[in-house]
Design a binder for this molecule. Structure first.
Ligand code: SF4
Length: 240
């Protein structure tokens, strides 16, 4: 037992370093741009040995992901608190509910065995209505998923829940905001409260600053509405 411990610790550290480098290369834009530049350096490309290694590497990656998804989207719940005019959710015939913890664990464990690096918790419903949401994030992080994101309408995202999500390790929150006037917002996102959502988003921004943790936060806009970037001066997300 005492002989295997250092080995296990070393293997754990090595795996952690590999995951960190992989996450940096996959999700860090600067690292990605530098790596791409380096890989396309003419001095390298003219070298036959380099081209051979590169071809083998590309084939290895293609073979690896031929039958295995790189990213996974999981519908943790299909319950929703809105009736957005753009969405067919109200006419959905499927039974409504949340995924069991057992099924979720099975999916995440399998995803880890496959080497899936990205999980998005959301599909047809409001994911934060799921009372197990923070638990799901924490479980996936512990299991070794590099990046976890969700899309939300932010109606439920009060300070307590935001703190739970940040502490659980959520990496990205995509907020379906759609409009920056109450009138337009409530026309699009029927059933939601514009002021409450905006307050929640501002609370999340303040919490991120206080906790010195920074899950990526972005706003999503549907076609036909001004993109959130063009509304930066008034958008609380502009503080990112
Ligand atoms: S919040 Fe999302 S799932 Fe719910 S009605 Fe709106 S678009 Fe559809």
């Amino acid at each position: 037992m005492s002989k295997t411990l250092p080995h296990t610790a070393a293997a754990g550290i090595e795996m952690g370093i590999k995951k960190f480098i992989l996450a940096q290369l996959l999700y860090n834009r600067v690292a990605k741009a530098c790596a791409n530049r380096l890989l396309e350096w003419p001095l390298f490309l003219r070298n036959r040995g380099y081209r051979y290694v590169l071809r083998r590497q590309i084939k290895r990656v293609i073979d690896r992901y031929r039958y295995v998804p790189f990213a996974l989207r999981i519908e943790n719940t299909n319950i929703c608190n809105a009736r957005c005019y753009l969405c067919p959710h109200p006419s959905m015939k499927r039974r409504k509910g949340s995924m069991s913890r057992e099924l979720y664990k099975k999916l995440i464990d399998e995803a880890c065995r496959w080497g899936v690096g990205y999980v998005n918790l959301h599909n047809f419903g409001e994911p934060l209505l799921d009372k197990d949401f923070a638990w799901r994030v924490a479980y996936a992080k512990r299991a070794g998923i590099a990046r976890i994101s969700t899309n939300t309408n932010a109606q439920q995202l009060d300070e307590r829940l935001a703190q739970e999500l940040i502490e659980a390790g959520l990496d990205e929150i995509i907020i379906s905001l759609d409009a920056l006037s109450q009138e337009m917002y409530e026309k699009i996102r029927t059933g939601l409260d514009y002021k409450k959502v905006l307050g929640n988003v501002e609370g999340l921004m303040a919490l991120k600053r206080r906790m010195k943790r920074n899950p990526t936060t972005s706003a999503l806009s549907t076609r036909g509405n001004p993109p959130s970037n063009s509304c930066r001066p008034t958008c609380p997300l502009s503080t990112i």
